[in-house]
Structures are given as C-alpha cells and as structure tokens.
Design a protein around this ligand. Structure first.
Ligand SMILES: Cc1cc2nc3c(=O)[nH]c(=O)nc-3n(C[C@H](O)[C@H](O)[C@H](O)COP(=O)(O)OP(=O)(O)OC[C@H]3O[C@@H](n4cnc5c(N)ncnc54)[C@H](O)[C@@H]3O)c2cc1C
Length: 282
C-alpha cells in the first residue's frame, strides 16, 4: 500500500513525487512517456535553467526523484478504482494500491472511437502485453496513437497477423517487416455477431479477431469516470483536491496556463495537500 500513487512522470508528477518523499511518504510514479515536456526543444522561462530542453530537464528531475527514493515505473495506467479509503490502480498487468492519488497526466487529448469503450474487454484491448496471448495465431488490428505502439505491435506480430492503422502521425520505421500499415482515419468499432471485430475508417472497413487501441494516454472517462472535469480540465479546489477525497491533480490537466514552471508548482501544492489528507485518515 503506497501513501500516494502519482499518475504521470513529467514535470508536475515528478515535482509532486519529490515533495511527497520530503514528507516521508511512500511514493510510486506510473508514467507512459515524457508527455508535452518531451516535445520542448528549448525552454527559456524555466527559472535557473536557461535554454534547457524538456528532455534534459526531465533527466535531471528523474535523477533527483530517484535519489530521494521515488519509485518510478513506465506503465500506462488504465483504471483507478476508488475503494472507500484507498484506491486500486490498474497499470497494464499490475494492480497497485494507494491511500491517495495525484493525477499529473498532462492535457487529455484522447477521444475514444465510437464503440471503443463499450467493447473494451470484449474484443478491444488497451494492452498488448496483457491480452496478446488471447490472439495467438489470429488476426489483429492495431490502432496506433503514438510511437509507443510500434514496440507493442512488433510483439503482437510474433503471435499472429497484425495490421497497423495510424491514428496519430508518428515514425513507423521500426515496425517489424510482416506488419501491414494502413493510412486511413479510424472512426468506429463494432462487433460482428459477438465473434469478430470490425473497424470502420474514413475509406474502408477492416475485420479482425481483436483490436488493440494503443495510445500513450487513456481518456479520463475511462481512467476515473467519477472525477469532474469541465472543457477538458479537471476541477480542483485551492489545495488541488478534486471532487473525490484523496484524489489531487497537478499540471496541464488542470487547464491553462499550460506551462512547465506552473506545473512544477502545482505538483508541490498537490503533494503537500496529499500529506495533510493522509493525516486526516489516521
Ligand atoms: C512543443 C511544446 C513546447 C512547449 N514549450 C514550453 C515552454 O517553452 N515553456 C513552458 O513553460 N511550457 C512549454 N510547454 C508546455 C509544457 O510542456 C507543459 O506545460 C508541461 O509539460 C506540463 O507538465 P505536466 O507534467 O502537467 O504534463 P506532461 O508534460 O504532458 O506529462 C504528462 C505525463 O503523464 C503521463 N501520462 C498520461 N496519461 C497516462 C496514463 N494513462 N498512464 C500513465 N502515464 C500517463 C505521460 O506519459 C507524462 O509522463 C510546451 C509544450 C509543447 C507541446
């Protein structure tokens, strides 16, 4: 049981993790990638770090967090379940538990395809490692939302026949040779007689045994549907606690201004508030 699980390992999440460790909390950071920070070529408004790239700043943050005893794992979080006074967090094949949660996911850009959420677990999967084995020797479609999908599609191609449909442009040079790539816009998923799956694109329909939707993020409606958001931004009070007691938010997920120094400050506030919240549980 962790004191806090932080979802997101960029500037807001790592800042929260460092402050939480300073307050002696047991901290787990789960992150899918570098988020918006990874896209910054040069930043000139980060105090004390002129002309720094997002990648370099993250490298320094990660080292500092690790030195403070923060445990970080690169895993996509699929679901957070409130369990009374604690939370269960499902990340790929693993289930974790924590007394509090800090959401530091960045800007939520995920718009699920029509039918995707309804068919999750019934032919649609978000995790190649977890569900790939069910499709041994079968036909699979991968809806790829980022470069992270390449490695997972390569793994699936060792099990069966994979067709790769690019949802959001990214480099596919590292895809295994046997994978067929289709450049069509995915629109909707439906099942055929509860047996096979059908993906409708702007140009065609593609049939398969299973569809893997592999994006570096999960829609908030899927991750934690109980949390209240408005125009894509999670609502929180002055202490950055959301409408769910014990769930805090930090960084771009809270809406504008979308800025790195502000996100770092949010992480600090959310971690201190989580520490106060934990005291109320005792
Ligand atoms: C091109 C570009 C240039 C920019 N330039 C500047 C600048 O010059 N100055 C400035 O102040 N700001 C700049 N920004 C904005 C800045 O990058 C963001 O404000 C900042 O990165 C927000 O930090 P964050 O931690 O909230 O989110 P992000 O940096 O987006 O990180 C989100 C984290 O959450 C993780 N995540 C998301 N979903 C999941 C999930 N389901 N499971 C696990 N992990 C998940 C991601 O992998 C990532 O680790 C720029 C942004 C871009 C895109």
């Amino acid at each position: 049981m962790y004191d806090v699980i932080i979802v997101g390992g960029s500037c807001a999440g790592l800042s929260a993790a460092m402050t939480a460790r300073m307050r002696n909390m047991e901290v787990l950071v789960l992150y899918a990638g570098d988020g918006s920070m990874g896209k910054i070529k040069q930043m000139d408004n980060y105090p004390g770090m002129p002309n720094v790239s997002g990648e370099e700043l993250l490298r320094i943050f990660r080292k500092q967090a690790e030195d403070l005893g923060v445990i970080s794992k690169k895993q996509l979080v699929q679901k957070i379940l409130p369990m009374g006074k604690s939370f269960s967090v499902l990340a790929e094949n693993d289930l974790y538990e924590a007394k509090s949660i800090i959401l530091a996911l960045g800007i939520a850009r995920v718009s699920p395809l029509t039918g995707e959420e309804e068919l999750l677990g019934q032919g649609v999967s978000y995790c190649a490692t977890c569900d790939g084995m069910f499709y041994r020797g079968k036909q699979m479609l991968v809806v790829a939302g980022g470069i992270e999908a390449v490695e997972e599609a390569n793994y699936l191609s060792e099990l069966g026949q994979v067709t790769y449909i690019i949802e959001k442009a990214h480099d596919t040079a590292a895809l295994a040779p046997g994978i067929k790539v289709i450049k069509e816009k995915p629109l909707a998923i439906h099942s055929i007689d509860n047996m096979r799956m059908m993906l409708k694109t702007d140009q065609n329909e593609h049939e398969a045994d299973g569809i893997f939707v592999l994006r570096p993020a999960v829609a908030m409606t899927q991750l934690l549907p109980e949390v209240i958001a408005q125009k894509g931004a999670v609502l929180a009070d002055d202490n950055l606690m959301t409408n769910i007691p014990g769930v805090f938010a930090a960084g771009d997920i809270l809406g504008a201004p979308w800025q790195a120094p502000k996100s770092v400050g949010d992480g600090n506030v959310a971690a201190l508030a989580a520490a106060s919240y934990l005291r109320t549980l005792k």
